[in-house]
Design a protein around this ligand. Sequence first.
Ligand code: RIB
Ligand code: CA
Length: 310
Amino acid sequence: MTKIPVWMDCDTGTDDAVAIMLAHKLPELEILGISAVCGNTIQDNAYWNTHRINALMGTDYPVYRGAEKPMVIPLVTAAYVHGENGLGDVELPLPEGVAEQKESAWDALYACARAHPGELRLVPTGPLTNIAIAFTKYPDLPKLLHSITLMGGSAGPGNITPAAEFNIYADPQAADIVFRCGAPIVMCGLDVTTQAYFEMEDLDELAASGKSAGTFVKAILMHSYAVLAKYGVKGFCMHDSCPVMYLAHPELFEGEEAGVVVETRGSFTSGKTITDLYSDKQFPFTNALVILKVDREKFIALLKDAIQSI
Ligand code: RIB
Ligand code: CA
């Protein structure tokens, strides 16, 4: 089987960590690189957390440093969900002997795309700052990519604000650049990612296995438990695993082609992804497949199998 080449761009964070584990274990995918971006936590944490996940999996995927702040607006993190360290404030030792990459995220991504013209699937699971910088520095990059399958946005309500989902809200100017870039986009927004959740018994099952990955996943996700309960969020949403799972198992998902634009200036709506899915007024373009449904039972079963096999 020819594996699907994947580049992940993560603000490693708790659900990013799970998504990296999933991408590693799905036989259909091959991770060629992982870049770190500020978002859930500062870039340095996201960078070292990604190395920590490498060490937990016994892998050495190359990890590249990216942006330390958004393109225009000040940095906003999600420590209230992901903890100050980005991994639910669970202490995981820094791996020893890490081979640090010298290239920046955007330079390394461009080199990888040029080495795999038309084949590389870009999977951003955080704010789109690194991607927008890469597209600005290398205008031919969007055409070199097979596609961008991202976690971000929402055709419905937001989470970080009533209007906006965190990844888009955290750098709306970057998201605007990405949604205008012309590369095929699959948007896994809150519409579908809030259906892809672990229940507490799923976490208990993972931890009961006694295997380090399962125990770790429950521990990092428990930090958000109080927050989820406070906001009435159903379960532990594995937002970032959705774009990864889509690449290997698109049959589990349903979506619709749509025009999507990003609000970059609204006092109350900055970071909102506006789609023409539900309006009489249609945009004169379609630039994204907006994913709206997932078979949760099959999704969670595959995700648990992946974690348990590490
Ligand atoms: O809104 C959910 C997104 O914000 C996920 O990517 C999560 O990791 C946070 O970055
Ligand atoms: Ca993320």
